[in-house]
Design a protein around this ligand. Structure first.
Ligand code: ZN
Length: 389
């Protein structure tokens, strides 16, 4: 059987057409075998590296809360036929159900991404048995990468909380806020100041954060003026304003500044960005709310993709935790940028949601897969060691 083995063939001395060994001296033959072995090793090494594909230094993970295909189409229509999202060429679908329900909530949805296991609804950063598990953000931090989050809700809300806190219920805002003190996140931007500074236990977490060398700006402008170092920027008592009530270009600007700050770390960074209020438009069955929040999220996506393109070492992944509202668009006009929205529920639905990827490692996000496998794809891309659960 040795003739069918290419390894044997390569390591055998050259033969003539009759299968007779060509006349080579013993020394030449040894040299020939050595050269072939090195060539083979080289090929194996190249093969391994190439099979693994290019690896990113940074990951930017954007979650459009409640962003199904119709929500995306609402933004496309309101933009009169344009989305930055279309620049992503690697696309897949994520199955969103939680460990205990056909319909996930945002806590279980984000925890599946953050710890790599599906958990029960309402649970933050813990598995389905109630055990706290390290999140991708915490593991990235442990490995020396910079970490950050930018959201348009309270930073204690389900999605951002799931990347840092470990609590049995999403409603425990003050306990979740206290968990932020146990981490070493570099840049945190959003709302929720009241859960840090006006607490039942009378602790002032902002003072404690300042003691841990955090800068604590309270406006976007103050945040943008920061040159270096760790920052917690809580610009609202609870959630930020809706786009329709004057949030303006807060998120694209905050994300641009955060990327500039995090990229000072030579080892790379992990940044989570949430389009938090697309979901709330769905809960309120308000198609205009959805469209405006989707347009803002896509503007942020544009800023991120421009930055990633210039950087060349950044993987960008954009998806949703679930769809909200059973939203559909039975009619519309692309020239006018108008459409009619219909809803089937005031809650989330169980349908798959799209995943868009851009940059080195984007191929791994093609196909149809469980939401919790996104964690492993991130860990693999950043060569993050995952402790055995
Ligand atoms: Zn929701």
């Amino acid at each position: 059987m040795s003739f069918s083995n290419p390894l044997n063939k390569l390591l055998s001395p050259p033969q003539d057409h009759n299968g007779l060994v060509c006349s080579v001296s013993g020394r030449k033959r040894t040299r020939w075998i050595k050269a072939t072995a090195w060539l083979l090793l080289g090929q194996l090494w190249c093969g391994t590296v190439m099979a693994a594909g290019p690896r990113p230094k940074n990951i930017i993970f954007l979650i459009g809360d409640g962003m199904g295909v119709a929500q995306i189409w609402a933004g496309y229509t309101a933009n009169k036929g344009m989305l930055n999202l279309e620049r992503c060429k690697h696309i897949g679908f994520s199955k969103t159900y939680s460990a205990d329900d056909y319909i996930t909530d945002s806590a279980a949805g984000a925890t599946a991404f953050s710890i790599g296991q599906k958990t029960n609804n309402h649970v933050i950063g813990q598995d389905a048995t109630g055990k706290s598990q390290p999140t991708i953000l915490e593991l990235a931090d442990k490995q020396g990468l910079a970490t950050g989050m930018v959201v348009t809700c309270s930073v204690t809300h389900a999605t951002p909380a799931s990347f840092i806190a470990h609590q049995p219920h999403r409603k425990m805002d003050e306990a979740i806020a206290a968990d932020f003190l146990a981490t070493d996140i570099d840049v945190l931007v959003g709302g929720g100041r009241q859960y840090f500074a006006q607490r039942e236990d009378k602790r002032n977490l902002l003072t404690e954060l300042a003691g841990n060398k955090y800068q604590i700006p309270t406006t976007l402008e103050q945040f943008e003026a920061i040159k270096d170092g760790k920052v917690v920027a809580l610009v609202a008592d609870k959630h930020l304003a809706k786009m329709s009530e004057g949030r303006g270009d807060f998120e694209p600007r905050a994300v641009r500044k955060t990327m500039d700050l995090l990229s000072k770390n030579k080892k790379g960074f992990f940044l989570m960005v949430e389009g938090s209020q697309i979901d709330w438009g769905g809960h309120e069955n308000d198609a205009d709310y959805i469209a405006k929040e989707m347009q803002d999220f896509d503007k942020t996506i544009g800023v991120v993709l421009d930055w990633a393109k210039a950087d060349g070492n950044t993987l960008v992944v954009i998806t949703a935790d679930h769809e909200t509202g059973g939203f559909s668009i039975p009619s519309g006009d692309l020239q006018q940028g108008t459409f009619v929205g219909k809803f089937t529920t005031k809650d989330h639905t169980g349908v798959m949601v799209p995943v868009f990827a851009y940059g080195p490692g984007a191929e791994a996000f093609m196909g149809i897969y469980e939401n919790n496998t996104i964690f492993g794809k991130f860990a693999e891309a950043l060569s993050i060691k995952v402790p055995t659960k």
